[in-house]
Design a protein around this ligand. Structure first.
Ligand SMILES: *Cc1c(COP(=O)(O)O)cnc(C)c1O
Length: 364
């Protein structure tokens, strides 16, 4: 191949802001000598993100996994069953298990890969405490249907919204639905602070509890509850603030890449159907092949040319080997076996998108 690309391409590449912009915030840290424990940069970032996302009770924490665990902790959920989706990153299920609860997997919608709301009620037992759905790839769950069921059975709704940064549903942030929405600001995500995450909490009192839990459960010498260390540092906030001003440009670039892929590939792969009331955040570019065989053929050809997509998400979480009882989720298992996310990041250029698309078509 003469048109081969120069560098290896992975599914994602962290966005890096101009060095001087990051250093300007680091200079401030050196001036104040304040490194962590809710310093000025953490507060500034929390305020800016809450305003940008138009949400209240925004708690910045160390990562998106602990954010899920904090949500369970803040509601006092220490055992019982949590209804969740098998089609997600492993952290959704592992956070439930780590909190000594049992994940109960409900199968997904074949159209947009979110939890199938019509199957939730059948999974509810007297042990059910909460529903933890995922706005997977930034697509909206049936938030109204889920809330209706939660109200009927008095269950908490904790959205793993790690992919939903900036998605809007029915004119407001997708993060404003449910009792808590959690975010991840990991380096590979749409908006990042190297490592980081957040809880967006509907109830002010629960938000206060969460704020306490993340700093050891005490204020001064007064100890209120069991806590842990989930605070974020000023250096992480500095990266977040440096990235923050580039969000419009990050979104615009991703949108452009997605439109190019669409144009090149629409006849060759199946794409999820976004809800009509959703303003999408361009977080991922999932494509569905006809079979696992077809996917493997495409992978083989792409890898040969230095392109490494990831099998997002594979395997279906209901098949994890360390689960006590395996559950059957045929739709999720089927989709997991033949889906991938194509490279999508700001540095990806037009030629590379054409090249990746061409090699996919060739393999098919
Ligand atoms: C990334 C991710 C997480 C975990 O976030 P971290 O910040 O890496 O801990 C949780 N759930 C989903 C769906 C994710 O993609």
């Amino acid at each position: 191949m003469t048109t081969d690309i120069k560098e290896k391409i992975f599914v994602t590449k962290p966005y890096l802001p101009p060095k001087e912009e990051y250093y300007a915030y680091v200079d401030k840290i050196y001036e104040t000598g304040h490194l962590t424990n809710e310093g000025p940069l953490v507060k500034e970032l929390e305020k800016k993100l809450a305003d940008y996302l138009e949400v209240e009770n925004f708690q910045y924490v160390t990562n998106g996994t602990i954010a899920l665990q904090f949500a369970l902790k803040a509601f006092g959920i220490e055992d019982g069953e949590i209804i969740t989706t098998p089609f997600s990153y492993v952290a959704t299920a592992s956070s439930i298990l780590w909190e000594r609860c049992t994940p109960v997997f409900v199968d997904i919608e074949p159209d947009n890969f979110t939890i199938d709301v019509t199957k939730i009620e059948a999974a509810i037992t007297e042990k059910t405490k909460a529903i933890m759905p995922v706005h997977v790839f930034g697509y909206a769950c049936d938030v109204e249907g889920i809330q209706k069921i939660a109200d009927k059975y008095n269950l908490k709704v904790i959205y793993d919204a790690a992919h939903a940064f900036g998605s809007q549903y029915k004119g407001k942030s997708l993060l404003s639905y449910g009792d808590v929405s959690t975010l991840s600001f990991h380096a590979t995500k749409l908006f990042h602070t190297i490592e980081g995450g957040a809880c967006i909490v509907k109830d002010k009192e629960v938000a206060n509890k969460l704020a306490l839990i993340k700093k050891f459960g005490h204020i001064g010498d007064e100890h209120y509850c069991l806590g842990i260390n989930g605070k974020q540092s000023e250096f992480h906030a500095a990266m977040g603030l440096a990235n923050f001003v580039h969000i419009p440009e990050i979104l615009a670039k991703r949108k452009e890449i997605i439109e190019l892929y669409d144009e090149q590939l629409n006849k060759y792969v199946v794409r999820p159907h976004a809800q009509k009331d959703l303003i999408y955040n361009y977080a991922y570019y999932p494509v569905l092949f006809k079979s696992e065989n077809e996917l493997l053929k495409v992978f083989e050809n792409l890898n040969k040319h230095g392109i490494y997509p990831r099998r997002y998400f594979y395997p279906s979480l209901n098949t994890l080997s360390y689960l006590k009882n395996q559950q059957f989720c045929p739709i999720s298992e089927n989709i997991s076996s033949r889906i991938t996310c194509l490279p999508l990041f700001v540095d990806l250029n037009v030629e590379e998108v054409y090249f990746i698309s061409k090699e996919i078509k060739e393999a098919l």
